[in-house]
Design a protein around this ligand. Structure first.
Ligand code: ACO
Length: 472
């Protein structure tokens, strides 16, 4: 296992040097310094620039060697050809960690690969852990540190995001902010010359602010280390593995110098270590939110409540087609449901509470369905039909989630109705209740919670087997 303490000076630095801090607001080195200051970093900051005595009111130094205090983290934003010299100075200064923002390394071809290796060797000899090169940096909304260029902080939350793409990383932050999804740490890993996904899985696994690890991966250099880290990780991991096709793979090699590898191999490796695979950003966050805020499902049997037959049928189809079951409900459940339903409605699963349902019918039937011993998870759906009461249904879902926590059965919502209902479902998002705009997304989120339930069961069994008194 990588030593997670090595990464503390990078992620919890007591002092930061920005090498290449610039006077020009259009340059990356200016933006990094500005982001650190704007976010209210409370440690010591040392802008390094040999050309000017001060930047943004802070005294500059010509090199890290001129700084009297210790430096935990150096953020390097000078052109690639100057990075070896700057890294040598960092090694002399005994800087503990570095983030190399500069591009122009392995992603550009053989010459760049050599340069990257040279920088890595200098860092290794000097005992410096290194993120990048070719990275955006990181953003930490929990400890309020913006160690990246490009404006924009994530909403604080419990999902860590590790991304090999810098630009996509920013897009994902904006998407998550819009969906009211909170993030704990956002780390752009770039070319992963030193610190890689395995290190970060270990680091985030012991991070008390992180519940789920979400990753965008183009290539993994050391498959064994990655799989070992994923295997010992006790938190759920959701990953997009991009570069699945010949075209995508060629693009990844010039983007981050990654070798994408065979998609089938990745697929089977991810399965082995229980990484939930997602195929785009929306799917990744769908899973991550469900995993962070709903309990895992103990089985694959799903109860469905809808205010319109079609919505319930589509969810039933999706559930059954991805390995979930839509079981018959127990007789006791059907008897309990009947008094709440109009005469024309049959007490069955999926249950159509019909378009004229109001808060009480939606809430009471949801509550009864959840108590059925044949039901492991509940999907509550609303179609925004003329007489429907989406706001009342939102209230019912919130109440159910709060009342039924002790049952340890996940509840997800599926709201079909376009922009009209966006403001209505915002209340669910704010309360971190997973809500999806389609049957497919809701069913897949439940499948993901079922897979998580099986992963935890397996971990539990393995744990018991390893006990000295275990039966195996
Ligand atoms: N030590 C300290 N400061 C120095 C040094 C040095 N040895 N040498 C130069 N500087 C100063 C310069 O004087 C300048 O400051 P000034 O503007 O006040 O004069 C500042 O450092 C920046 O140096 P420039 O030569 O102006 O470099 P520039 O800002 O144009 O570019 C950069 C540097 C941003 C690192 C560029 O080379 C680069 O790599 N850009 C791409 C970055 C990127 O996209 N990263 C990946 C994103 S994530 C992804 O998509 C995978």
């Amino acid at each position: 296992m990588g030593n997670v303490d090595d990464l503390k000076p990078i992620f919890s630095p007591r002092s930061i040097a920005v090498i290449g801090a610039s006077r020009s607001p259009h340059k990356i080195g200016y933006e990094i310094l500005q982001n650190i200051l704007v976010q209210g970093y409370t440690g010591k900051i040392f802008p390094i620039n040999p050309e000017t005595p001060n930047i943004m009111g802070l005294k500059t130094q010509p090199s890290v060697l001129a700084v009297k205090d210790d430096i935990d983290l150096a953020i390097i934003a000078v052109p690639a050809e100057f990075v070896p010299k700057v890294m040598t100075e960092c090694a002399k200064k005994k800087v503990k960690g570095a983030i190399v923002i500069s591009s122009g390394f392995g992603e550009t071809g053989e010459r760049g690969r050599q340069l990257e290796d040279e920088v890595l060797q200098i860092a290794r000899k000097g005992g410096i852990r290194l993120i990048g090169p070719n990275t955006l940096g990181y953003k930490d909304p929990i400890d309020n540190l913006d160690a990246a260029f490009v404006f924009g902080m994530p909403r604080p939350g419990e999902i860590a995001l590790v991304s090999q793409s810098g630009a996509l990383c920013i897009g994902m932050i904006y998407y998550a902010n819009g969906e009211h999804i909170g993030l704990s740490r956002v780390i752009s890993v770039g070319n992963k010359a030193d610190v890689d996904d395995a290190d970060l899985i270990d680091y985030l696994n012991q991070d008390p602010s992180t519940k789920v690890i979400a990753m965008y991966v183009e290539g993994i250099k050391d498959g064994k280390r990655f799989l070992d880290a994923a295997r010992r990780c006790t938190k759920p991991i959701v990953a997009i593995k991009a570069g699945r096709t010949a075209a995508g793979s060629a693009a990844a090699s010039t983007h981050t110098g990654s070798l994408s590898g065979s998609d089938a191999v990745y697929d089977s490796a991810f399965r082995q270590v229980h990484i939930q695979r997602a195929y785009d950003v929306i799917e990744m966050f769908d899973y991550a939110r469900a995993l962070a805020y709903q309990p895992p499902a103990q089985g694959n049997r799903v109860g469905i409540i809808s205010n319109g037959g079609g919505a319930g049928i589509m969810i039933a189809d999706w559930c059954e087609s991805i390995g979930l079951k839509v079981p018959n409900i127990a007789k006791k459940t059907a008897d309990a449901l009947r008094p709440h339903l109009p005469a024309i409605t049959s007490a069955r699963n999926p249950l159509d509470v019909t378009g004229d349902a109001r808060f009480h019918r939606y809430h009471a039937t949801g509550s009864i369905m959840l108590s059925d011993p044949n039901v492991d998870a509940l999907i509550m759906t609303c179609v925004h039909a003329g007489i429907a009461r989406p706001r009342e249904y939102v209230g019912a879902v919130i109440k159910l989630v709060e009342e039924k926590r002790n049952l340890r059965k996940p509840i997800v919502a599926c709201w079909v109705g376009g922009p009209d209902i966006d403001e209505v479902v915002q209340e669910l998002r704010v309360k971190n209740i997973p809500v999806y705009a389609s049957a497919m997304r809701a069913a897949k989120a439940v499948r993901c919670l079922y897979d998580e339930g099986r992963r935890l069961e397996l971990l539990g069994r393995q744990g018991r087997a390893r006990q000295p008194n275990g039966s195996q």
